[in-house]
Ligand binder design. Structure first.
Ligand code: SIN
Length: 331
């Protein structure tokens, strides 16, 4: 019999570790249960892999921030660099899971499986989704074929690429969607069906890494809307943002007055990326807005929150709009 593959499970909190606070089915507190308690609830894991655990954080993912990202990336890389570790599973809240997954996808160097997993229902809920999600995540991480695909997210019997996944529903367990590019695979009670490969550079081929990662620059997201003024863009620049992502209407568009504010931001040395609030499609250069003339960057396929992650990392390397634009075509 083959020896079990060895995984390190890094816990950060989220609803998967959440517990209900009262007798009704609504209120709960995220990040309540320890990782040991989560594992104890799924004894079947012992047949899939030998698992060692590390609690990196115990937070709801709305509180995930740059400092925790860097700490998590360092712990993830340390686990992956250990010769006796075959893969990493990270438990995480679903709210900002896509951002953390994409961040790790850009900074960890590995061909081993790295799987993020969460749950929409707290561990104490009727029909909690966490135990099966955790079982499936461990099954994927323990499978050699799951390596070399970048960071993956497992939830609701689906496997998602970090670059493609987005949370699309406030409460339903089928919240995650991978849009135009589609799923990385399916996992049915631990049985893998892998699709792919991922379309853009990731992990081992990424130019970013946790080694010597400087403090990440401030990048703010400004949401466009009918009647958009310039005040929030001006305020972000005044507050010290080095980059701005516009969650633009339609094809990454914004009002004339907001364009004027964004142009002033570019002239003040702030990188401005146009993404879209629509949740789908590609923001291309120079369609309705003359990006070449105004110095803007088009987000290509990245939603605003992922464009922010790439811009933060990109700004640690360059402030040239043309070079930053190339990153949006590469990742
Ligand atoms: C969180 O993101 O930490 C809370 C929500 C969830 O995990 O589903």
């Amino acid at each position: 019999m083959q020896p079990l593959r060895r995984l390190r499970l890094l816990a950060t909190g989220g609803t998967i570790a959440g517990a209900q606070t009262g007798g009704d089915s609504r209120g709960y507190r995220a990040a309540t249960l320890s990782i040991e308690a989560l594992i104890a609830a799924v004894p079947q894991l012992a047949a899939l892999a030998a698992i060692e655990v590390e609690q990196v954080a115990a937070i709801g993912s709305q509180d995930m921030d740059d400092t925790t990202w860097v700490a998590l990336a360092i712990r993830t890389q340390a686990a992956l660099d250990a010769p006796d570790i075959d893969g990493v599973v990270i438990t995480h809240g679903t709210d900002t899971m896509e951002e953390t997954a994409f961040f790790l996808n850009l900074v960890v160097r590995t061909a081993k499986p790295v799987i993020l997993v969460g749950a929409m229902r707290p561990a104490t809920a009727i029909s909690a989704d966490g135990p099966m999600n955790l079982y499936n995540a461990v099954a994927v991480a323990a499978h050699p074929a799951a390596g070399g695909r970048g960071v993956l997210v497992v939830a609701n019997d689906e496997i998602h690429f970090a670059r493609e996944i987005a949370k699309t529903n406030t409460t339903q367990i089928g919240t995650f969607d991978s849009g135009h590019r589609g799923l990385a695979g399916l996992v049915n009670a631990g049985r893998l069906h892998l699709y792919g490969p991922p379309v853009r550079r990731h992990t081992g081929a990424s130019e970013f890494s946790v080694t010597g990662l400087p403090t990440l620059p401030r990048v703010d997201i400004v949401y466009a809307h009918a009647g958009m003024g310039r005040e929030l863009i001006d305020a972000a620049v005044r507050a010290g943002a080095r980059g701005l992502v516009i969650a633009g209407v339609g094809d990454g568009n914004l009002s004339m007055v907001a364009v004027a504010a964004a142009t002033a931001a570019v002239r003040a040395g702030v990188a401005v990326v146009r993404s879209s609030r629509t949740g789908g499609g590609v923001v291309e250069r120079n369609i309705e807005i003359n990006d070449d003339e105004l110095g803007f960057i088009a987000a290509d396929e990245l939603n605003p929150q992922k464009a922010r992650v790439l811009l933060m990392l990109g700004l640690t390397r360059t402030h040239e709009a043309a070079e930053l634009q190339q990153l949006f075509y590469r990742y």
